[in-house]
Design a protein around this ligand. Sequence first.
Ligand SMILES: [Zn+2]
Length: 429
Amino acid sequence: MPRLTSIALITVLAVLMVFTVHPVSADSKKILAAIDEAGASCRGVSQKIWDFKEPGQQELKSAELLKEELAKLGYKVTGDLKVPEDLVKDGISKTGFKAEMAGKGAGPTVYLMLEYDALANGHSCGHNLIATSGLLAATGLAKVMKETPGRVVVIGTPDEERGSMGGGKVALLEGGHFDGADVVFITHPNDRWSLDQRFLAMKRATFTFKGKSSHAAASPHKGVNALRGVLLTFNCVDSLREHLRQDVRIHGIVTKGGAVVNVVPELAQAEFACRALDTATMENAYAKIVNCAKAAELGTGATLEFKEPRVALKATITDPALLETVQANLKTLGIAGNQLKNFDELASSDLGMVSYNYPTVNLWFKIAPEGTALHSDAMREAANTDDAWKSTLIAGKAVALSAYDMLTNPAKLKAVQDGFKEAKAKEGK
Ligand SMILES: [Zn+2]
């Protein structure tokens, strides 16, 4: 092909791309209108999930309802997801799901994560609103995908709260259900608007000490006190604290400590959780805790039984370019930058595992007065109010617009992917 012709062709293609692939404002309007239109019916879905209040691995009705709604929108829904047997024995495969919609031709894949598990006191973490803000975003995107490159995957990630087993996202990650994701979005209700991405890395340890029973008064010298192993572990851990970074959290309980007072305990057990702002620091502190238990074994003569847990949660990776995109969209929706606040009361989530593997953003949205604690009865009530729903609509819109940016703006997507690699390389340093 003569050179001039190719230049002309490239110019025509470039012009076409500007007018056909990036009609941003028109499509944004379509997305927002579709979300407004679906508002009332999605509010109904949120109410139902709030009423179902199904705990982790039992969210069958919530998952079914969401799958039905996504199918109505034209998403191709898949249930019965394969996950590693040893990680989660039941539930996840039935309560997790994927719903996909392909766009016009090849392009990036954006994931929208939905949570819908409740706690013992109902939806006190507001996961009914995580599910429905995701559903709203899926509704908006469905309206424009025929003309948009790439793919939207809505993934139902159940069982977030029972983190001791690793949470649903870990099982779904290991099952390969996030393969091919370019960017992952999730939201979470709270007492403020925030793009604070910090979640602590966490790993648990169960230490079992086996001693020898004997009469505690008549023949203590013939026994080996397993409880002493537990107590010494606690003391040793406490003396470690002086040298740990401020964000390191170590908290333990005694799960077995003997049966009757006149018998030297032959079995004792303690469970610890170790957390930190970055994964390497957490692992470092964790190794020291294990050494404390080993020292207690040596000191008491009780035998220590300990096995590394199958799963540990990583800390979240913060992707500045992704935050920038979401923040810009929030601004167009009336949430200015000065309304975004950080918070210092940090916990852990299986979200960290997703964010460690793929550029991920979690948008906290305000549904309750500042100071209202997650998991409180007050938060549960807030999660079912009209005011909360107004914020949920904004959150759904911000996710939809940001996902759309990722699908249609290769430069923004590249900045996100480069930023992710950089942030990951810097983690803990
Ligand atoms: Zn939560």
